[in-house]
Ligand binder design. Structure first.
Ligand SMILES: [Zn+2]
Length: 316
């Protein structure tokens, strides 16, 4: 069975909140802000509401609950952790909007103009303390040393893992461990492990920095003693170029994005955007580096020795 309305339904998050408002289940605070249906922040007068819509997602600064329309329907309707049920219920509720009975508004007007900086340090340390309660990271081939070094964490209440972008804990990405629709969610947006671009070289292979899409792919390289940064998605190659432009690096970049169409397109985009700068950045592209595997982590899990052998040869 198909989920052909998935994308369309996602766009209807503001309409769903309007509906909830009409039913008296949530209270609007204007400009895409609401009293939080999870933690009730914003329920007093003159008290800033922290729950807001940002495109197809909602996010609460106070309790850090976030998600898309399916997650919100699941919460409001008290559904079990089963995305199919979330989808079906959402489809049932939002059907009239899909049929065009009610025009949807432009998404732009719901994007808030400012964001409130949040200090995640305490939360991330708490999650890190509980990381022993999940085997998720060890199943991804990461050793205790790597888990420790990157302060990876586990939130048992929300059943998700946390990956801080950098040691300052200014932002992180989380990944839900249940069968959700969107698995990853970014809190802030930073290049993962960015400092290796500027580390002084002590040994030969530290001159190379592998550029990967995911944080876990980057850690797969770090796991075997090679330096890597994680972009956090193919769209962030521009951010890397911008970063290099502001602060050049003398490392040789190994473009190690996913072994698929999107990964190859992103490498092309990187090269193109780099050419538009004055930078003399050295880089390597090796299209066969992952062999039959999709990315660094898949390779590491399936054939650790083969992965080490292959990658050390590139960085030699
Ligand atoms: Zn909240």
């Amino acid at each position: 069975m198909g989920f052909e309305f998935k994308e369309e339904l996602k766009q209807l998050l503001p309409d769903y909140l309007e509906l909830l408002e009409e039913q008296g289940k949530v209270e609007s605070r204007g400009e895409g802000y609401y009293v939080c249906p999870f933690c009730n922040s914003g329920d007093k007068k003159n008290y800033t509401a922290a729950f807001h819509i940002d495109g197809t997602r909602y996010n609460c600064f106070a309790c850090s609950k976030h998600g898309d329309i399916f997650d919100l329907v699941a919460h409001m309707e008290n559904l079990p952790s089963d995305w199919k049920k979330h989808y079906n219920r959402t489809l049932k509720i939002m059907r009239p909007c899909l049929d065009g009975d009610k025009p949807t508004k432009s998404r732009e007007e719901y994007i808030p103009e400012f964001t409130i900086p949040v200090d995640y340090t305490e939360y991330l340390y708490k999650c890190h303390k509980n990381v022993g309660q999940t085997d998720y990271f060890s199943k991804r081939g990461l050793s205790k040393k790597t888990i420790e070094r990157f302060k990876l964490g586990y939130d048992s209440e929300k059943n998700l893992v946390t990956i801080p972008y950098n040691p300052n804990c200014k932002g992180y990405v989380d990944r839900v461990l249940w069968d959700g629709n969107s698995k990853y969610y970014k809190h802030g947006n930073e290049l993962f492990n960015i400092e290796v671009l500027y580390e002084k070289s002590l040994f030969g292979n530290e001159e190379y920095v592998f550029i990967t899409e995911g944080q876990i792919d980057a850690m797969s390289f770090e796991e075997i003693g090679l330096s890597a940064i994680g972009l956090g998605g193919v769209n962030e190659v521009s951010k890397l170029v911008q970063n290099l432009n502001e602060k050049p690096s003398n490392k040789v970049l190994v473009l190690a994005l996913d072994n698929d169409k999107a990964g190859r397109r992103a490498i092309g985009k990187f090269i193109e955007e780099l050419a538009e700068t004055e930078l003399e950045q050295e880089f390597i592209v090796d299209s066969g580096m992952y062999k039959k595997y999709k990315d660094a982590n898949e390779f590491l899990i399936a054939d650790r020795d083969g992965f080490i052998e292959r990658m050390k040869r590139i960085a030699d």
